[in-house]
Design a protein around this ligand. Structure first.
Ligand code: SF4
Ligand code: SF4
Length: 421
């Protein structure tokens, strides 16, 4: 694609990166067929190619983002299905990330929108505030019909009960230590489903790992990064890098693939920061999805019992973002589960970070479609690898939804996630 940035614009590092990405696009349109928002809305402006054009015009103009462009960029899920499809290797992820930063810096959103974004950016990365807000949402449930649309949806999403907070303490393996692994606590996950990291810790220690959660590691920054709040996202990254460096692990295992994609991108985020570039690249190089750590160690000690059939939902952040199409499904098969995958497995479930809160109608349509495609497989359980997908699908599906690591833990001697005590 032709671009016409001025030499002065090309001196800015992010514009130089955007220019290189834009020039890779040959406008072939292959990406349209796999874009969920184009499939639903049928408008080229809501397709990857349409968004790429709009981003080019917005950045080249050097003007504040126009309202119409903001609308179509906001509707993008950042699911990255278009990147998997693109034959020219267009790095849409870093292009739309930069577009979001430009929008955040130049566009004044209507007041209710700004307030909603401010609340989400404050509450979601803080487990204490998130827990408090979920408890508040439960109290508001009886009055939900009196609330405006988005707030009503947020109240409905709050779970009826919340598990006790439960961090993973240092766990040593029974025999020799093969690997020292730091688990990322995950801000929303540690409130909604602390059982996931407990399963991961048990499984990893059985496979010979020393497992711990590093002190002072907080939110990975993905939620605010997707809102274009780049300064705050970089600050989260620096804080986490420093926290891991205090007791450097061999690997950082991440059970929420949305967070995994973010930590794996710290090297790119901080590449122009002389003080942090090398340190960020090191942390990204040891970041792994939990399924990758288990695959590298080799799944051992599988117990022989009747295991239920499983429908595997591949999170977009894992299959498109990390290019790990079916690693967890292969591990589940090794563990003796009979695994199937749904039709249109490449399509997003509509969770996508805060998308189900910001774009509730589109998210609902995608959630219903995904749940139906999984339910129809008539398996005993649905398994996935990201807390956002787990909660979203659980809201629409009739089949119970668990994290893949809970099934792997069960298969090697842990408790059954289908009959929690
Ligand atoms: S598939 Fe790739 S090259 Fe073709 S229009 Fe989409 S982004 Fe551009
Ligand atoms: S990231 Fe997903 S929603 Fe956004 S343009 Fe690409 S395929 Fe479409």
């Amino acid at each position: 694609m032709q671009t016409n940035f001025t030499p002065a614009q090309l001196h800015e590092a992010p514009i130089k990166v955007a220019n290189d990405i834009l020039r890779n696009c040959v406008h072939c349109g292959f990406c349209l067929a796999t874009c969920p928002t184009y499939m639903i809305l049928g408008n080229e402006l809501d397709s990857p190619r349409g968004r790429i054009y709009q981003i080019r015009e917005m950045l080249q103009s050097g003007e504040p983002a126009p309202a119409n462009t903001v609308k179509h960029i906001d509707r993008c899920l950042s699911c990255l299905s278009c990147m998997t499809t693109c034959p020219s290797g267009v790095d849409y992820m870093h292009l739309v990330d930069h577009a979001r930063v430009h929008i955040e810096e130049t566009y004044t959103r209507p007041l209710p929108e700004r307030l909603l974004r401010m609340i989400l950016a404050t509450v979601l990365p803080s487990p204490a505030l998130f827990r408090l807000s979920l408890l508040g949402a439960r109290l508001m449930r009886p009055f939900k019909s009196l609330l405006p649309g988005r707030l009503k949806g947020m109240i409905a999403m709050a779970p009826a009960t919340l598990p006790k907070a439960d961090a993973v303490d240092l766990i040593k393996p029974a025999g020799e230590t093969r690997l020292r692994v730091a688990l990322l606590p995950g801000c929303a996950q540690q409130v909604l489903a602390p059982r996931i990291n407990r399963s991961a810790a048990r499984l990893l220690s059985r496979l010979g790992c020393e497992v711990y959660e590093a002190r002072d590691v907080g939110c990975c920054g993905a939620l605010i990064h997707h809102m274009g709040k780049e300064g705050a996202a970089r600050q989260s990254a620096r804080q986490n890098i420093a926290a891991w460096e205090r007791d450097m692990p061999d690997a950082i295992a991440i059970t929420a693939s949305g967070c995994g994609s973010m930590v794996k991108d710290y090297g790119f985020m901080l590449k122009d920061d002389p003080q942090w570039a090398e340190r960020a690249a090191k942390i990204s190089s040891i970041a792994r999805d939990i399924s990758e750590v288990v695959a590298e160690l080799g799944l051992d000690g599988v117990q022989d019992f009747d295991k239920p059939s499983v429908a595997y939902h591949a999170p977009c952040s894992l299959q498109h973002g990390q290019k790990n199409l079916d690693g967890p499904a292969r591990l589940l098969k090794t563990a003796g589960f009979q695994v199937t995958t749904p039709k249109n497995a490449h399509l997003c479930c509509g969770s996508a970070g805060t998308y189900n809160l910001m774009q509730p109608e589109l998210a609902e349509g995608l959630g219903e479609q995904k749940a139906a495609s999984l339910d129809i497989l008539e398996t005993k359980v649905i398994a996935t690898g990201n807390i956002g997908c787990l909660i979203q699908i659980d809201g629409y599906a009739n089949t119970p939804v668990v994290h893949c690591v809970e099934l792997l833990d069960w298969a090697t001697g842990g408790p059954s996630p289908l009959n929690p005590e």
